[in-house]
Design a protein. Structure first.
Lengths: 292, 292, 292, 292
C-alpha cells in the first residue's frame, strides 16, 4: 500500500502512519520528495483497508498495490480454468449456448431455470403456487433435463433455497446480483463442491465482482463462473445494458469462465441477436438467452 | 397506459393491441393523428407490464399513466404519516438524530445496530464470533438501550435473522439495499406489525424504491420508513454518494418518513458534517450518523 | 404530446392546458379516466417543449409522442443513406477502416487528421507550433493523401477552423463531442455541402445526438455521419467507454451512417482489437483506429 | 508518480521504465516487494501523462502523486481568494444572490445574462434576431445594470463572442460547460484580466474542472470562479442534477470561489427553493437562480 501524505504533513503524522503499518505486521519504506512524503507499506496489505489509513491525520490519499483477489487471478494460474459439468465444458475457448427455457433444451448446451422467481410488481397477478409447488416443479424439470443429458443451472434467490436446489440435483447454482452483498450465503456456497455462477449487481464495478469470487474461492469452492446480467444505463427508457467492458476486463485478470445472461436486457432498440454478438465479441464463454 | 404505434403501423397491429387490452379487462381509446396512432388503455393498468405490450408488432413505445404505488402515495394520504416508537416520532416535521453507535446513545433520539455485519474483504481478519454470539450481544445491547428509553433499529442481512431481531425486541427492522430485490423477505416483513426501514440499493431509481415499499404496504404492514444510504458516484475515488435528489422526490410523492444513513458515505472530500447538512436540506426526517 | 394531469386536478387546470395547446395551433383530445385526466395535443408538437406545459399548475407529467427529428429518421427514408467521398462509400453494408495516422494510409480506406489538437494538461510540454504552422502542415498532409487517393476527415475544434479546413480541401469535417452544444457552428456547417461527422459528447444520450443531426439537416446539409467516440464509464480507472448501445439504437432509427472513433478508448483492460470487434458487432459503418 | 509493475515483470521491463523516467528529468526510486516491484518517479511528474508509462511493457498501473493543478490549490494559498467586482465580493464567507433575469436585478447582488442563447430544439420557433441585434440588446442591458450598480456576468458560447462581451463592458465572462474542452478559447481568456466563471460540463469529474482552471491561471488570469450547472442523473425523467459532491470537494482543495447555476436544474420533483438550500449546504459562494 502507498500512503501519500498532505503537503504540509509533519513528522508526528508520518510517525503515526508508520506505527499503524508496523502494528499490522508490515514494514514502512519512506520516500521524501520535494512536494510530498510518500510511505510504502511493504508486506501483505490485504489485512487492512485503505480507509483505516485515510482517516489518520494529514494523510492525503492511500493507494493499494495488491488486489484483494489472488486465487482467482491469472497470476495464480495463467491458463483458463475449465469446469466440466455432465460432459459440457464451461471455460476455455468454447462458447456455450444456454437456454433460458426448457422448451429449447434440445438444441442447447445447458438450461437455466429460475424456479423461485417472484414478480417485482406489487399489483401483478399473484402466482398462487406455493414454494412447495415450485420445488416439485423444479425437481421434475431437472430430472427431465438430466434424462436428455443437459446440465442445469438453477437460480436461487434466498439462502433457504440452496438445499432445495441441491436436493433437486441442480448441477450449477446461479446467484443473481442481489446476492453479491450476502457474505453469509457466499460462505455456505464456498463450502460446497457444486459449481456456482456469481453475477454482479447493476451497480457493481468489476473489482467488487472479483472480490466476492475470491471470498467464495477462499472458502474452498473453486468451481466459480462469473455471470454478467446487466449494469446501469443512462438511456432513460432502458434501465440496464450489458456490461461488455467488465467482461473484457475480468477475462483478462482472472482464469474463471464468464457467462452473460441477456434474457432481461433486450428491448425494441437492442435486439437479442445483437446482444448475443456483443457478448461474443467481448469474449464470454457462454450466453443465457431466450433466442429460439 | 398509452401505446404509441409506429408510423407505418397497420390495422392488424392496432387490432392486436386492442385485443390485448380487452383481454386484461381494460378498455381501449383510439386516437389517430397525422403521424401516429395512439391507443389509450383505460382502467387499472397496474395488472400488466409495459413490456407485454412493447413486444407486440409495430408498437413503438408504451407509456404508463398510473404509478405502481398507491397506498404509500400522497394521493391516498396528503399529510405525512408519523410512526411512533417508544415515544419517538418518525415522520412529520421533526428531524431525528440516530446514533450508529451505542456509545453515543445518551444524546441521540434512537440507536442503529448492525449485529450481523460481515466484512466484504476476503482477507480481513475474520470475526471469530459465531452467529449465536452475535445474537446474544444484540439482545444485551437492545436491553440496555431500552432501559435508557431509546428505540433501537436493527439491521438484518438475511431472512433468517428476522426472528432473532424480533426475539431481541428490536423496535424497527432495517433492511439494507441488498434486500430490495428479495420479494420473499418483503412478504414476511409485510405480514409483521413491526416498523421497517426500507433502503434502496446503489443502482435503484426512486421508483424502484416506491414499488418495493408498496409491496410491503400491500401485505399489511403500513409502518414503513424509507432509507437512503448511497447511490453510485462518478468520482473515481469515492464510489458512492448521498442521493439527495431521490430524497426530495420521495418526500413529495409519498407520505412515508425518510431517513438517511450517512455512516459509510463520508470521506476526505466529504465530511460527515456536510453530509448531515445536505440530508437536512433535502428534507429527511432523520439521519443515522457516527458524528460525536 | 400527452399531458397527464395530477389526480386532484380541477377543471380550471384542464382549461389552462387546453388554452395553451390551442394557442400553439394544436388541438386537444381529452380522456377522463377514473384516476387521471389525460389530454392529447394533436398536431405538430415539435413547436414547443414539454417544459412549457410541465410548469402549468396541476400537470403531473408530459410525454412526447413525436421525436424531435424527422429528416434523418428511417420513417423519412427506410434504406441506409450512403455518402460517396472520393469513391469511398460511407454507409450501407460496408465497414470502413479509417486510419488515425497518415503513416498507415496505404492500407486504410480513409484517413483522420486532428491538426488543431492541444493538450488538455496544463503542464505538458507546450506545442510551439503556431496555428499558421498547423494549417500549413494540414494542407501538406491532405495534398499527399489525395494524391494517394484517400479521403481525409479533418477534426475542427473551433468555428474559426472551418474555413482553414475547407481551404485545405478536407473531404469531411469532423466535429468532436464538445461541439454538440454549439448551435451557431452547426448552423454554419448546415449551410455547407461538405460531409460532416457529428460526434456526441461523453454525457449525451442518443436522442441529443439525433436532435443535433436534425438541426444540421434542416439547414440543408444532408451529408451527415454520426460519430461515437466515448461515453462515461463507472470504472474508476477508465473514464470513458465505447457506447455500443447508442450505436445500435441510432442505426435502427436513422438512415445515417455511423462510425466509431476508438483511438482514445483503449487501455490495459480493453485492447483496441476488442474495441474494434465490439464496434463491428454493434453495426457501425466504419472505425477510426490507430491499429497497425 | 508511482509505477506498479506486473507480478512477473522482468529486469528489462523495469529498465525501460527507469530510462523513460530519467529521459524526462526525474529520478527513479525502486522498491522490490514480494509480490510486486514498485518504481517511484521523483521530481515534477506534471510534465508527462500516466498513459505514456502505462503503455510500456509489463506495467500494471500508474498512480499520480501530484495533482495537475497547483496555482489554484489551497497548498499555494490556504485562505479563500476573493474577487471584487463593482464592490461585490465573490468568494470568502458570503453567499451571493445572482439573478438570471434583469427584472429581478433590484434585489440581487449581481445579474447573469445569456445574450447568445440559441434553442437546441430544431423545430422551435426560430429567434429572428441577428447576432448584431443580440449584441445591441446586451449593451443596453449591461449599461442599465451598471447604472443600478450591479455587476453583470455574460455567458459566451463561442470564442468570437469574447470581444463583443468585453466591448459591452461585461464584468465577468461566463463559460458554460461546453467550453471546458476548448483550450484555445481558454488560452485567450487566460490572457485577459477580466474575471471568468468556468463551468464544468455534465460529464466532467471535479479533477477535469480543476485542470482547466489551472490552465487559465497559468496563462496569467487569476480571477477565476468555478461554476456548477449540472451533472448527469440516473433518473429517467430528469437528465441533470446539481453536483453537490463536486462543489464540496473543490471548496476543500482550491481557494477559488464557487457558484452554482440552478436555473436549468429544477423540475416538478425538485423545486428551485430546495436546490438553493442544497447549494448553500454544499458551501457555494453564490447561486444563479430565477427565484423571485
Amino acid at each position: 500500500m502507498i500512503i501519500v501524505m498532505q503537503k504540509q504533513a509533519g513528522e508526528a503524522a508520518v510517525a503515526r502512519v508508520v506505527d499503524f503499518i508496523r502494528s499490522r505486521g508490515l514494514q514502512e519504506h519512506i520516500s521524501r520528495g520535494e512536494e510530498r512524503t510518500i510511505i510504502g507499506a511493504v508486506g501483505d496489505e490485504r489485512v487492512f483497508s485503505p480507509n483505516d489509513l485515510e482517516n489518520l491525520p494529514e494523510v492525503e490519499r492511500v493507494v493499494r498495490v495488491l488486489n484483494d483477489w489472488k486465487i482467482i487471478s491469472r497470476e495464480s494460474r495463467a491458463e483458463d480454468s475449465v469446469i466440466q459439468v455432465r460432459g459440457v465444458a464451461f471455460g476455455g475457448s468454447g462458447m456455450l449456448d444456454i437456454a433460458a427455457d426448457e422448451a429449447r433444451a434440445a438444441s442447447a448446451d445447458a438450461v437455466f431455470l429460475d424456479p423461485f422467481y417472484l414478480s417485482v410488481r406489487p399489483y401483478a397477478e399473484v402466482d398462487t403456487s406455493s414454494e412447495k409447488g415450485q420445488i416439485l416443479q423444479m425437481r421434475a424439470q431437472v430430472a427431465r433435463l438430466h434424462e436428455a443429458g443437459k446440465p442445469v443451472l438453477v437460480r436461487i434467490r434466498d439462502v433457504r433455497q440452496i438445499e432445495a436446489a441441491l436436493d433437486a440435483e441442480a448441477d450449477i447454482l446461479y446467484l443473481g446480483g442481489e446476492l453479491m452483498s450476502n457474505r453469509a450465503l457466499q460462505d455456505e456456497v464456498g463450502r460446497l463442491n457444486t459449481p456456482v455462477v456469481l453475477c454482479k449487481d447493476k451497480h457493481h464495478r468489476a473489482d467488487d465482482w472479483l472480490v466476492a469470487a475470491e471470498h467464495i474461492a477462499l472458502r474452498g469452492n473453486r468451481h466459480i463462473i462469473l455471470g454478467e446480467a446487466g449494469t446501469l444505463s443512462f438511456e432513460p427508457e432502458h434501465t440496464y445494458r450489458l456490461d461488455v467492458d467488465a467482461i473484457v476486463r475480468v477475462r483478462r485478470v482472472t482464469h474463471l469462465p464468464v457467462i452473460a445472461n441477456i434474457t432481461r436486457l433486450w428491448h425494441n432498440d437492442m435486439p437479442q441477436e445483437v446482444l448475443y454478438r456483443l457478448a461474443q465479441a467481448s469474449g464470454v464463454n457462454g450466453v443465457v438467452s431466450s433466442l429460439p
